[in-house]
Design a protein around this ligand. Structure first.
Ligand SMILES: [Mg+2]
Length: 246
């Protein structure tokens, strides 16, 4: 890996730097399955449970409410939109999204976050090189996760779901949040590296014409990541450190 060809590195957070993709995955599953069970009981039907495949196909990497809408659409379920201020009990897109977030916050608080060792190894190498680095996450929880993992000092800029909404930037799979981060770091898209574990994020990197899109296979699968536009696929960021660390 010749880092001298690049001027910035843009990291997705959940599933790339921290193992929080799994926390999100569990929180989504708990929320959707409670919802489907309650709806089955209310309608006297037997709705199929939400699965990990639903997560990868419809939810992973997207902004919160987009994930809710995409999964519901896949089951032909329509709920009122509501608003991001809806209480977690509301049967709306906003309410379901907030219900998932409450589950996530609870897990974060009780279990904490430890970054992947291979990711910290790469962050150390790149920091030693003076490489400008940013986090580009769809999650509004990104700053809290970075703080919980003690990683604030590595990143010159953090793009998160709240900031993207404030700036009016389209979420992944649109490349806008990555492009904005590259610009903040003073780099062109062509000389920026994107690291992503989600198909929607890899697609964003590909659509934006970034210098290198590295897919991190935490479960989406190498073929699917390459299909979405990854130039390279690695199982862990340790594989991007010369000599490896694992
Ligand atoms: Mg991710």
């Amino acid at each position: 890996m010749d880092w001298s060809e690049y001027d910035a590195v843009l990291f997705d957070l959940d599933g790339v730097v921290t193992p929080t993709a799994e926390v999100h995955m569990h929180a989504w599953a708990a929320m959707f399955n409670d919802f489907l069970e309650a709806r089955s009981a209310a309608e006297g039907t037997d709705l199929a449970p939400y699965t990990d495949q639903d997560y990868f196909d419809h939810v992973d990497g997207k902004p919160r409410y987009d994930g809710v809408r995409a999964f519901l659409a896949s089951r032909d379920i329509t709920l009122p939109e509501g608003s991001p201020d809806d209480p977690p009990t509301a049967e709306t897109v906003g309410g379901l999204g907030n219900r998932k977030n409450a589950a996530f916050a609870q897990i974060l608080e009780t279990e904490g976050v430890v970054a992947y060792p291979g990711s910290v190894a790469l962050l150390d190498v790149l920091r030693d090189r003076g490489m400008p680095m940013a986090v580009v996450s769809s999650s509004r929880n990104a700053p809290a996760v970075i703080a919980a993992a003690g990683l604030e000092d590595y990143f010159a800029f953090v793009m998160h779901g709240g900031l993207a909404a404030e700036l009016g930037l389209a979420g992944k799979p649109a490349p806008d949040t990555f492009s904005h981060a590259a610009q903040v770091l003073g780099a062109s898209d062509e000389r920026s590296v994107v690291l992503e574990d989600a198909l929607s994020g890899v697609a964003a990197g590909h659509a934006g014409g970034f210098g290198l899109v590295i897919g991190v296979d935490r479960g989406a699968g190498e073929a699917a990541l390459r299909g979405a536009g990854a130039d390279v696929v690695v199982p862990d960021l340790a594989d991007l450190v010369d000599g490896g660390v694992a």
